[in-house]
Design a protein around this ligand. Structure first.
Ligand SMILES: [Fe+2]
Ligand SMILES: [Fe+2]
Length: 236
């Protein structure tokens, strides 16, 4: 009981900080369009690495990413019982692919473990949890928090959609980085899988999951916007 109370207090403090960092509003189309625009001189990590990244920097990025990628799509699975109709059917389709579409060796977290091993890094779940800074943990805490509470289901959907929409072009850039650095094949497989899969997931998340949810509950639009903005803010 005390533990739950402590978690509740931490969650409220965390949510307040996240809300302080976003613009809010209900303009969902503008948020989705912004995600789809590819900046010519992008300043994100994959842009930076493509220009001048070293293998050591790429390995450091892998270690940070491992906190989430070794449980890729698990926090989002919490939202399944909280959806209905088209939103549920489409989100489960996306999750089915994330979980390997019936093939254990294709589960995305397994692909990332293979990537870590090929890069000579610790591939065990949570292997870097004591090493990474709070800003890296916050990325995962946000999705877990949104996933665990029914009241935040629309924000979770927005957060998930933001990741899926940005993933395909980001993965393409990472492939270019790994190509230039002549990285092991297992490191590239994780990203080539995401170039293809997330082009499809983007459409499903946008039209069926978000579209289906808001057809049923249009009053949740602002929460979907919040989820997208929170993802951008905390990831940034
Ligand atoms: Fe994935
Ligand atoms: Fe995906």
């Amino acid at each position: 009981m005390d533990l739950l109370r402590l978690r509740g207090a931490l969650e409220r403090a965390f949510l307040d900080r996240v809300r302080d960092g976003v613009a809010g509003g209900t303009d969902l189309d503008a948020e989705l369009e912004a995600l789809l625009v590819e900046p010519v001189d992008g300043s994100g990590l994959s842009h930076q690495l493509r220009r001048e990244g070293t293998w050591e920097q790429v390995r450091e990025l892998f270690a940070h990413r491992s906190i989430y990628q070794l449980k890729e799509s698990d926090p989002q699975a919490w939202v399944i019982p909280r959806l209905t109709g088209r939103a549920k059917a489409a989100l489960v389709t996306v999750e089915y692919n994330e979980f390997g579409a019936g093939r254990a060796e294709r589960v995305h977290c397994r692909l990332f473990a293979d990537l870590l091993a090929a890069a000579g890094l610790d591939a065990r779940y949570g292997g870097y949890v004591e090493t990474v800074p709070g800003s890296t943990l916050a990325v995962v805490n946000l999705m877990s928090y949104l996933g665990m509470h029914r009241t935040h289901r629309a924000a979770l959907v927005g957060h998930f959609a933001a990741g899926e929409i940005a993933s395909s072009p980001g993965a393409r850039r990472m492939l270019q980085v790994l190509e230039r650095l002549d990285a092991p094949q297992a490191c590239r497989t994780f990203y080539s899988e995401h170039v293809e899969a997330d082009a499809v997931h983007e459409q499903l998340m946008r039209h069926e999951v978000i579209g289906g949810l808001l057809d049923e509950e249009p009053e949740l639009r602002g929460e979907v916007v919040f989820g997208i903005q929170a993802a951008n803010s905390v990831d940034g």
